[in-house]
Write a protein that binds this ligand. Structure first.
Ligand SMILES: [Cu+2]
Length: 139
């Protein structure tokens, strides 16, 4: 085997290994995503100025809820504050403009869990006062 054939052979072999590893990784990610779907509920909440869309969501008691929070506002930071039915804060995250965040919650207590954004620019009203609030119903 001449050296150029050898180099080509090794290159093809390396590409084959990299491609196979990539395919196996993609496949395993797909499988884990599929197994997620069967055991959890996923809800996308878009955060706009100044509204959550949707503003009301529901989930069954004890079922993992994967919240995908997407800040769709231009240059406006938001947060996502979620309280349990007793008023205890259970989620408090900042989400900057254009950012997406995913959080998974499993709620064992039925009831209404209010969520809102309390960001505020200077002396202006809070985003919640502008209408940026909603509720999660656990039943
Ligand atoms: Cu906000």
């Amino acid at each position: 085997m001449s050296s150029s054939y050898y180099t080509r052979f090794v290159s093809i072999l390396a590409l084959t290994v990299i491609f196979s590893a990539h395919t196996a990784l993609a496949l395993s990610q797909e499988l884990s995503a599929q197994s997620d779907v069967s055991t959890s509920t996923e809800t996308v909440i878009d955060m706009e100025s100044y509204v959550f869309s949707p503003s009301e969501i529901s989930v069954a008691v004890g079922t993992p809820l994967r919240l995908l929070l997407r800040n769709q506002s231009f240059l406006v930071p938001h947060n996502f504050l979620l309280d349990d039915p007793n008023g205890v804060r259970i989620l408090d995250v900042d989400i900057s403009s254009g950012e997406n965040q995913s959080h998974t919650l499993t709620l064992a207590e039925p009831g209404i869990y209010p969520f809102y954004c309390d960001k505020q620019l200077l002396f202006f009203p809070t985003h919640r006062e502008e209408g940026m609030e909603g509720r999660l119903i656990v039943q």
